[in-house]
Design a protein around this ligand. Structure first.
Ligand code: NAD
Ligand code: MG
Length: 385
């Protein structure tokens, strides 16, 4: 019998994390959970630990360490706390695949730790590549470590590339357009948190849902695609496709375009990353062409959604620019979610931070940490003034 694939699941209590556990639950003969981690939702982490019996759990927020330890006292499960512990459990010997379902900058160092420990990386945390894509891809190539995308667009591109040896002409990343696709510019300033959280096609964590509405998420996916597939910015196009059926496409030199289609359900790209190159039975919800309404495609509106252009600009400028954009975005989105700034202030904070943050042309991992801190500080200052 083939040994089970041992998974360290980072961010197990989130949207991607819980859907990853759905896959594991359906295939207990294939997968085994060795580590589960959560940010603050310790009760959910305990519940998951009791079900999946990992070797260890990490609660990143240290103030919940005692509660988790007490709740798991009768189990042979090691309990750790703090963000450094995330990178440590990843590097531990008993792991084949690290599923990085953390949100934000917090995912970057664990991705590096996984690659350095030669662990297969199933990557949902796109911010890892936005901040440090160059380092992560270089170190992965040096060690021959596979990085398998979970993000649906990148999974689609990855699926289109299987079996191809010819160069890619360009990729077309599709975007739903989010809840404000048809909202006039003058109304954007007044949109509420509730409206911004109501994504038309996908149910996801709060931060990526806001990022989808501003098209920052799409900008980050352009950056992610550059690093994952070794493309130039001009080889990456974005098309708004409100039905979210075509998950992305690849064009080759002869004009052939391959696409991956399906219902919008993250279980598919998660399972594909975990079982690659095999597919497998999954759910009942099938795409029916007869029932399908029209599929439409249009160019994104960069006037109402300028942050998509900002992401391209950061990618072209290079250095720490994408790291600065990411840090400012995290602060701005959190402030918007707390009701402290208006929706349109998100772009003001990001652009203002990019103007003021120090440019570092060839950053090290330590430089990224400093740049992340600096951009967060500047973003907070802009918000307070
Ligand atoms: P989420 O907010 O639902 O879950 C995030 C997880 O990370 C939770 O378990 C949380 O406890 C943990 N966490 C948050 N902050 C932390 C910190 N500082 N330290 C340690 N742990 C922390 O997010 P999500 O929607 O599952 O997204 C996760 C990642 O996957 C993001 O990078 C997102 O862009 C990407 N992604 C998500 C989807 C989706 O459908 N949800 C689709 C594509 C890509
Ligand atoms: Mg995506």
């Amino acid at each position: 019998m083939i040994r089970k694939q041992r998974l360290a699941l980072l961010g197990s209590t989130g949207s991607i994390g819980t859907q990853t556990l759905d896959i594991v639950r359906r295939r207990p003969e294939e997968f085994e959970i060795t580590t589960l981690t959560a940010g603050s939702r310790w009760e959910k982490l305990v519940e998951q630990a009791l079900e999946f019996k990992p070797d260890s759990v990490v609660i990143a927020n240290e103030k919940h360490y005692k509660a988790v330890s007490e709740a798991l006292a009768s189990e042979p499960i090691k309990v750790y706390a703090g963000s450094d512990a995330l990178s440590q459990v990843v590097a531990g010997g008993e792991v084949d695949t690290v599923v990085n379902a953390l949100v934000g900058y917090a995912g970057m160092l664990p991705s590096i730790a996984a690659v350095r420990a030669s662990k297969r990386l199933a990557l949902a945390n796109k911010e890892s590549l936005v901040v440090a894509g160059e380092h992560i891809m270089r170190e992965a190539a040096e060690r021959n470590v596979p990085i398998l995308p979970i993000d649906s667009e990148h999974s689609a591109i990855f699926q289109c590339l299987v079996g191809e040896t010819s160069p890619v002409r360009r990729v077309i990343i599709t975007a739903s357009g989010g809840p404000f696709l048809r909202t006039p510019a003058e109304r954007l300033a007044d949109v509420t948190v509730e409206q911004a959280l109501a994504h038309p096609n996908w149910s996801m964590g709060a931060k990526i849902t806001i990022d989808s509405s501003t098209l920052v998420n799409k900008g980050f996916e352009v950056i992610e695609a550059k690093w994952l597939f070794g493309l130039k910015p001009e080889q990456i196009d974005v098309l708004v496709h409100p039905q979210s059926i075509v998950h992305s496409m690849v064009e080759f030199d002869d004009g052939a375009i391959k696409a991956q289609l399906g219902t919008p359900d993250m279980h598919l790209p998660i399972q594909y990353a975990l079982r690659f190159p095999e597919r497998g039975e999954l759910g009942e919800d099938r795409l029916s062409f007869e029932k399908l309404a029209t599929l439409t495609f249009e160019k994104p509106d960069l006037v109402r959604f300028p942050l998509l252009q900002t992401a391209y600009d950061c990618l072209r400028k290079g250095g720490n620019s994408c790291c600065v954009m990411n840090g400012a975005n995290e602060v701005a989105v959190a402030a918007f979610l707390r009701g402290e700034i208006k929706y349109t202030d998100i772009q003001r904070v990001i652009i203002g931070t990019l103007e003021r943050a120090q440019f570092v042309a060839a950053p090290s991992i330590e430089d990224y940490a400093a740049s992340n801190e600096e951009s967060r500080r500047i973003a907070h200052e802009i918000i307070q003034n």
